[in-house]
Design a protein around this ligand. Sequence first.
Ligand code: IPE
Ligand code: MG
Length: 221
Amino acid sequence: MDGNGRWAKARGLERVSGHAEGAESVRACLEYAVEKGLKYLSLYAFSEENWNRPTQEVEALMELLMRYIEQELPLMMKHNIRCIALGNRSRLSDSVNAALDSVMAKTAANTGTTLVVFLSYSGKWDILQAVKKAASQLTPQELLSLEPQDFERFLVTADIPDPDLLIRTSGELRISNFLLWQGAYTEFYFTDTLWPDFRKPQFQEALDEYARRDRRYGKVK
Ligand code: IPE
Ligand code: MG
């Protein structure tokens, strides 16, 4: 989700107003995911690198996140949405962690769309924590014979499938340390639309484009 700051700047507003409007896009896209019967909707909400933003903006983002979780809980329950948060949780404040634990517990038994919120996440961090976990749990012999499918269960995404489609808004053409391992065969969709302007029609356009892709996974037809 990129372009909140530019959306605000173009209107002479503070960056935080762009984030607030971006939260409306999250709501719209989540609703659409439910309508479309998507099994997973993942949001790269806050990267490990985002910690380097001014404290005031980081705090505003965390506030917004907590408010969003609180406000959306009834809708999540109504639409049978399960919410999970993945990332370096140790860097998040106690209040953010408590809000996340609460929404995860309350929606744990829901069986519809899973909303995955990536928070304080980076792909390099994920791979490294997986390596450390594997090294602490496996014997040297097991480590030496690790296959990709054995390694994957140490990533924080062990319980969810690899993404089929990755949408990046605001005209930026890079992965910015998102799902580096899991995105090996993900289809990429780039759009100039800024995240606060990305709503149902834009989401539909991305899904239509995805439906036209030919996924061969390195094989021939
Ligand atoms: C994305 O919008 C929001 C988060 C990273 C949480 P930006 O804040 O990166 O917006 P731009 O890139 O400055 O326009
Ligand atoms: Mg940005």
